[in-house]
Ligand binder design. Structure first.
Ligand code: NAP
Length: 275
């Protein structure tokens, strides 16, 4: 691996469960890591921090709140000397529903958490990352940010936006020494995306991956210097097919085969699907 950033202060959003939690555990294995764990549920963050083999502080904050980025910055200044070597923008959620049912309100809540909150936090912390170069940002997108399916339009829109913005940021920050990587998971079994239906059927069980595999990819796309990784890797074929064979892809995704890949999320009510 071509390492671009040294380990130091690493901030993981959405660290209380799932991919973020697995990422914190993975990063804690690297010598020199000092973790900052961010999410809303403080008790889960504290339990995790106490179990890790490296120094770790916690910050309970709702990242969609107006002053969340400033709170995170103040925490880094107060408890970590204003340094930041790795920012993992992982917190996110999905609430499944058609546009006719969820309307703009459902699009808005996806954009506020999966896109706006990431952009706002990155804006606040970019000066710290630039001051701490070589450093890195990893944005956790989704294969749903390449291929969109029925009832996941709002989630997909937020991840398409994240991918487009991340690609530009990669190019803009290249010269500054802040590497920008992106991870695109497919179905991964977590609290917010339990993939229960997929795991129950022998036909579809194989498509569900584990948070630890995404955590490894996050490490590769951060300090490891990779620009992007699908998890599992074959999910990249869906993105290729969408560009090279749009007609066929559309037919498959709106036909019976797509139904077998439908699952619920932990988002409750309209609870989402595709990771
Ligand atoms: N699992 C999949 O199939 C899959 C596939 C592709 C992409 N992804 C992406 O992977 C990322 C992590 O998801 P996951 O699968 O690990 O799901 P998860 O277990 O539900 O984790 C989501 C994390 O985000 C935090 N979070 C949610 N809303 C928040 C808010 N308003 N402010 C602060 N933190 C918030 C949650 O913590 P609190 O509730 O404690 O705040 C939790 O730690 C998401 O961006 C998701 O879109 C997941």
């Amino acid at each position: 691996m071509d390492y671009v950033a040294r380990m130091g202060v690493a901030l993981v959003t959405g660290a209380s469960t799932g991919i973020g939690r697995a990422t914190a555990i993975r990063l804690a294995r690297e010598p020199g890591t000092e973790l900052v764990l961010v999410a809303r549920r403080e008790e889960l963050l504290r339990e995790l921090a106490e179990s890790l083999p490296c120094p770790a502080t916690v910050l309970a904050v709702d990242l969609t709140e107006a002053d969340a980025p400033q709170k995170v910055r103040a925490h880094l200044d107060a408890d970590h000397g204003g340094g930041l070597h790795l920012l993992v923008n992982n917190a996110g959620a999905a609430w499944r529903g058609s546009f006719a049912d969820g309307g703009h309100a459902n699009v808005k809540r996806h954009m506020e958490l999966n896109f706006d909150a990431v952009v706002r936090l990155t804006e606040e912390l970019l000066p710290l990352l630039r001051k701490s170069t070589p450093s890195a940002i990893v944005n956790v997108a989704s294969t749903a940010g390449r291929v969109s399916r029925a009832r996941t339009g709002a989630y997909s829109a937020s991840k398409f936006a994240l991918i487009g913005w991340t690609d530009a940021l990669y190019s803009e920050e290249k010269a500054t020494g802040v590497h920008v990587g992106m991870v695109l998971p497919g179905f991964v079994e977590t609290e917010g995306f339990p993939a229960t239906e997929l795991r129950q059927k022998a036909l579809t069980r194989w498509v569900v991956s584990q948070p630890e595999k995404v955590a490894e990819a996050i490490y590769e796309c951060g300090p490891g210097g990779k620009a992007e990784r699908y998890v599992p890797r074959p999910y990249a074929l869906a993105a290729v097919a969408r560009i090279v064979m749009p007609g066929l892809t559309r037919r498959v995704l709106s036909g019976g085969a797509a139904t077998s890949l439908t699952t619920s999320t932990g988002g409750g009510d309209q609870g989402p699907a595709s990771g």
